[in-house]
Design a protein around this ligand. Structure first.
Ligand code: FMN
Length: 193
């Protein structure tokens, strides 16, 4: 009898935790905003390892996993990466980590989609870890003298078959941005059938 009660209580706690976990994902999505200002605090090795794990857990078309992730923590390289675009990339200089998300176009013709999924997963993971992040668009953008893709590839000596989708800049947030209000969501963009 005692064993049965204990088992039942453990089960209820497990179910409650599972519900809490699901809410956490929704809350993460609700509260995420782009963060472009970061504190001087470094990321811990545990945080970096967790982000690496999340990146490699991204789903990909036909399970081909065409992505390649370049985890940049060197302050000198972060300073250079900040010049990858004429505008919209300078925030990388203040970040503590930049994850360059690339995909091998010889492996998959939908590397863009696969890389985009990995990019947003990294942002959501960062959010749940209390970190801030911002997506910096690289594909189809230009630096001062060449395409942003070539700029990043030259800097990190990445081969030409690896196309560059984005750079996800991550750090401890130095700005607090309010979540979008529910009333701001444009439900006209959704059509029910
Ligand atoms: C595909 C994509 C490309 C983006 N490129 C940049 C960028 O190059 N530089 C930047 O500062 N923000 C960039 N952002 C961030 C957007 O400006 C931001 O997500 C948008 O303004 C909505 O704000 P929120 O993220 O705070 O909800 C990008 C976001 C996405 C999804």
């Amino acid at each position: 009898m005692i064993l049965y009660v204990l088992f039942d209580t453990a089960n209820i706690i497990l179910q409650k935790n599972e519900r809490k976990q699901k809410m956490t994902t929704i809350e993460t999505i609700r509260t995420r905003r782009s963060v472009r200002e970061f504190t001087d605090e470094n990321l811990t090795p545990e945080q970096i390892n967790l982000l690496k794990e999340i990146a490699l857990r991204s789903p990909s078309s036909r399970n081909l996993d065409p992505w390649r992730f370049f985890f940049v923590q060197s302050p000198a390289l972060l300073k250079e990466l900040a010049k990858a675009k004429i505008s919209g990339s300078s925030l990388i200089d203040g970040a503590k980590l930049a994850v360059v998300v690339g995909g091998d176009e010889n492996i998959s013709d939908v590397w863009t989609e696969d890389c985009s999924i990995a990019s947003i997963l990294l942002q959501l993971a960062a959010q749940t870890m209390g970190l801030g992040s911002c997506w910096v668009q690289i594909r189809n953008r230009n630096s001062q003298n060449c395409s942003s893709e070539d700029f990043v590839r030259n800097l990190l000596e990445i081969p030409k078959n690896i196309r560059i989708c984005s750079i996800i800049a991550i750090g401890n947030p130095a700005e607090k941005r309010a979540p979008l209000e529910f009333s701001e969501l444009d439900f006209k963009k959704i059509k029910d059938f």
